[in-house]
Structures are given as C-alpha cells and as structure tokens.
Design a protein around this ligand. Structure first.
Ligand code: SF4
Length: 262
C-alpha cells in the first residue's frame, strides 16, 4: 500500500514528508489570481482546468479526497491525465471499513501518491459513545473540528502546498450550489474542476471509464462520510444526496469546505 500512516502526536509538518523548497511564486494577490482563474476556467473543460492548475503550480498542487462515493472522478482524472500530485486523505478514525478498502483499491488502481493525515490530539475519539448499540458522536461540530478541519489546516499550512484540487460540485447540495471553479480558502487556492458537473455526467464518466465503485454506493448510500449513526445514513430524500448526513442535526457541512467552523 502506498499510503503513509501518521501517528497521532507527531509534528504535522514533519510527519507527512519533508517539505521541499518553496515552489513557484504566486504573482499578485491570491484573491485576484483566484478571480482570474475562475473566469478562465468557466470556458474550459475539466481536463483543461486540471492541466492548467498543474502547469501553474506543479508539485505545489495537491488533491484532496475522502474516498467517498464519487472519489473516483477526480482520482481517475489525475491518473488518466498523468497529473502526479500528492493526494491527501484525512483519517478521522471513524471511517467505514468499506471506505478504507476503497482507499486501498483506488490507491493501487491509480498509483496514487497518497498521504494520510490524522488528528494530533491525544484523544481524538473523545466525543464517541454508544447509543442504542450503535456508535454515535455526542458533539459533531467539536469532533469535525478536531478530526477534520484541524487536520486539513495542518496540511494546507505547509509551504509546499499552494493550491488544492477537490471533487466538490454545485449540485451536491444547496450549500454548494454557488461553488466557484477557483477561490481562496484557508489561505490557499481551492480548485473545483467539476463544479459544474451534474450528477448524471459523473455517473456516466464513472461507468464509461469503469472506475471501481465504493461498495456502500451499491447499498444505496449517496453520500459517504464517517460511520457513526449520527454522521452518515442512507438518504432520507432521494432527490437530496446529502440528506443522510448528520440526520436530525442542523449541520450540513463538516467544515472542510467552509472558511469558518460550523
Ligand atoms: S463526520 Fe462525524 S465522526 Fe467524522 S469527524 Fe465529523 S462528527 Fe466526527
């Protein structure tokens, strides 16, 4: 397996790999660059957006993935286009075993340069409890802050990370409906090459390219996050793919795609 296991309590900057010399300088202000690229990307297709991002940032471009239902879309593009960038995956310690198996399948199939990162808190499972025989999270915002948002902040804060690719799409939820192709998040350029892809196109791409499927997708999960019953279930509304996330809670995002903590 090509991923790197990072023990809790180690230095986030040193644990993943040795930061390289700083990459290409980003001219002008980050916001201005994001605006220019966002306008340019509107007339490009996803392949062209990814190629352009790699041409600008080289190895200081990274990809992020949760190995969820549609992870294969971005990861297959990187493989097919020969975009050899580091792929960051946050191990919350609450993933479904099926997600970890899917991580291994895609990592091997697409020869990913996978970097696993996890919380440096000594007890990152402090909010977990048994409820009616199932694993539940008692404070989901605090748990996401420790196990996801803080971990993301550590790797985005590296000097050898200038921009990051994500698979975020506008039709995934109301809160994502205005996702730009490029914008600044947490001090880095966030690039969403599939922002304008409808779910139907994603399905078609994954089928035509014969991308391996997450086994929980076959069971009816339309959005796959962490395994506790408080965090992921099958969708309540078939027209809302994220309606099975944090059911009974006002929460709709974990914070990885926000500039503030939910
Ligand atoms: S999705 Fe659930 S288990 Fe995962 S980090 Fe957030 S609250 Fe914790």
């Amino acid at each position: 397996m090509n991923h790197q296991d990072i023990p809790a309590g180690t230095d986030p900057k040193g644990a993943l790999d040795a930061p390289r010399a700083s990459g290409p300088a980003i001219p002008g202000s980050l916001e201005a660059m994001a605006g220019d690229l966002d306008r340019e990307f509107a007339s490009l297709n996803a392949d062209e957006r990814i190629r352009k991002a790699f041409a600008i940032f080289g190895k200081d471009l990274i990809a992020t993935t949760s190995f969820g239902r549609d992870a294969g879309l971005l990861l297959h593009h990187l493989y097919r286009l020969g975009i050899d960038v580091r792929v960051f995956f946050i191990d919350t310690s609450f993933h479904f075993p099926e997600t970890l198996a899917y991580r291994d399948i895609l990592t091997s199939a697409f020869k990913l340069d996978l970097r696993e990162s996890r919380s440096f808190e000594p007890d990152n499972r402090r909010y977990a409890a048994q409820k009616d025989g199932s694993l539940a999270i008692m404070d989901t915002n605090a748990c996401c802050a420790i196990n996801k948002v803080g971990v993301q902040a550590a790797f985005l804060g590296r000097s050898d990370v200038k921009a990051f690719l994500t698979g975020l799409r506008r039709d995934q939820s109301d809160s994502r409906s205005h996702t730009p192709f490029v914008h600044v998040q947490k001090g880095k350029l966030k690039i969403c090459p599939f922002a304008d892809w409808p779910a139907h196109d994603v399905e078609l791409y994954l089928q035509i390219r014969e991308v391996p499927e997450h086994s929980l997708a076959k069971e009816g999960y339309s959005s796959i996050g962490c395994s506790p019953v408080t965090c992921t279930s099958k969708p309540l509304d078939p027209n809302d793919p994220r309606s099975g996330r944090w059911v009974g809670d006002a929460k709709t995002e974990c914070g990885l795609h926000l500039d503030y903590e939910p």
